[in-house]
Design a protein around this ligand. Sequence first.
Ligand code: NAD
Length: 337
Amino acid sequence: MTIFTDVKTIAALTKKIGTEHVIERLVTYLESDFLRWAEFDKSARLANHSESGVIELMPISDANQYAFKYVNGHPDNGQKNFSTVMAFGVLADVDTGYPVLLSELTLTTALRTAATSVMVAKKLARANSTTMALIGNGCQSDFQAIAFHRLLGITKIKCFDVDRKASEKLVRNLSSYSNLDIIICDSVKAATLDADIITTVTADKKLATIITPDMIKAGVHINGVGGDCPGKTEIDAQILIKGSIFVEYAPQSRIEGDIQQLPDDHPVTEFWQVIANKHSGRTSDDEITIFDSVGFALEDYSALRLLKDLIVEHKIGETIELVPELTDQKNLFELLN
Ligand code: NAD
């Protein structure tokens, strides 16, 4: 039987453990999986584009486990009362192909994206970073804010969204974090100018330039999360050219990331190399570092692996007959008798 966890189950589990504690543990799963980079069978995700958005399948496997995620990106979904990003996924046994876990991955994607951003920022942001600009204050932003506050020591967040109600929602949701100062700004520049870290997590299906060179200072770390699709960017190409660029999986990032604006041979570093000490992270206090995040299948593999462990530890989830449990493996027809 396959274990099934729905949105309510994962939400209750996250609430019970604490959002920052789930993210913290997920960072350790991510770090150990990124260290095993060479062991994974990797590919760029398969994207089906339409006028209104994209639906993507993200597969990955090692010798033991296979994972995939179904995820969409529809920036205008709010008007139809759907989320911009919705996901579910499967962890399966490589030996048999048996699906072990089927889970919601929308909430989990927000947790794993924040965990990935923090894993990277731990190596790339200046050690004394205290102020973060947070541009785009929708679904992902609360998780980014919590992760950077609790795991990286950010104490001031200057946020901006074209929709002020989104920023007000962010402030409301984080009101219990008494050591975190959140300031709503009237422009991107007002938020970014004195920031140690800039997180961009906007959703707009166009070649946007949310941040331009005049908005940043030397030594800033940019955590670019929202430019994750062909024709969808956030960071001005001049900033990319000035900075050191780190990506998840280069073949996918060159298609989907902000680096789609640059020539195919522009140097970028795959982040696993930093984790594995094969490449340096930040090299000076003045360096501009950029994590051009698009979201890679390995991060969902790590998240599903964590969920599987948490399901056992907390005795949650139900079992479903997602694939047939036959008494005679040559008699599928018995199901109809
Ligand atoms: P969302 O729709 O809930 O929020 C996006 C917010 O961006 C909205 O509040 C919107 O008003 C704001 N926005 C749009 N244009 C803006 C602009 N020019 N300036 C400031 N704010 C602007 O979406 P979400 O679920 O928070 O996702 C945000 C983005 O992150 C999406 O593009 C999504 O595809 C991407 N994403 C990336 C990863 C990753 O791993 N890199 C993972 C999940 C989501």
